[in-house]
Design a protein around this ligand. Structure first.
Ligand code: HEC
Length: 190
């Protein structure tokens, strides 16, 4: 009987811990998303980004790329604009690189893609200050800045392509951002 009670309690605690863990990984990225959005809306002046970066963790900032349901921004102001499996910046970029935007979606996607570009630029402005210090030559600050700049330039190119309605350039811009993600992760994310 005693054994049963302990097991029951253990199980309850394990479930509680798992539940808390899920909540933490999920919606609880609000503070970071709000800080990034404030920068995105302001056009992320360098000084603002530096101050914001001091209060933010790189992992939480990167989580902004995840699906809306996993602590990320998603694509568009509300869920439902794009298919659920593409409702995250990381999920949307490869499809954008490959297929671009369908002619029939251009009007509806212009504003959400501009917002997405500004959000990626804000993330890049923050991660500029988040080099994970390392003495390894391959993980230098210079390398970090170079790959982070690639992400920044991709975001700027996306905003310009949408503004100028050069829809073919959307693919190129998405490609540039995708390359920055994978190259930086292969060097700095073990
Ligand atoms: C300048 C380097 C750099 C660039 C560029 C970069 N990342 Fe990251 N990313 C990292 C590092 C380092 C981590 C690991 C952070 C940690 O766990 O502390 C990471 C982690 C992540 C994570 C996991 C976050 C979590 O919850 O653990 C996601 C998702 C992610 N990146 C998406 C992206 C996407 C999408 C792009 C491109 C649009 C991108 N990253 C560009 C360096 C970068």
């Amino acid at each position: 009987m005693k054994f049963m009670r302990i097991t029951g309690l253990g199980l309850a605690l394990a479930m509680l811990a798992a539940g808390t863990g899920l909540a933490w990984q999920g919606k609880d990225n609000k503070k970071t998303l709000e800080a990034l959005d404030a920068l995105a809306k302001k056009g992320n002046g360098a000084a603002d980004a530096k101050a914001a970066a001091a209060d933010l963790e790189l992992e939480a900032v990167m989580r902004a790329f995840k699906p809306r349901t996993k602590g990320g921004f998603g694509v568009g102001a509300k869920a439902g604009l794009v298919a659920a499996n593409l409702d995250g910046i990381e999920a949307a970029l490869p499809s954008l690189q490959k297929k671009g935007v369908a002619k029939s979606d251009e009007a509806k996607m212009a504003e959400p893609l501009t917002d997405l570009a500004h959000r990626v630029a804000a993330i890049a402005a923050v991660s500029d200050h988040k080099w994970p210090e390392s003495k390894e030559a391959s993980k230098s600050k210079k390398k970090w800045t170079e790959l982070n700049d690639m992400m920044k330039e991709g975001a700027e190119a996306l905003a310009t392509a949408v503004k100028e309605k050069k829809w073919a350039d959307v693919k190129k811009a998405a490609g540039k951002m995708n390359t920055s993600c994978s190259e930086c992760h292969s060097v700095f994310r073990d």
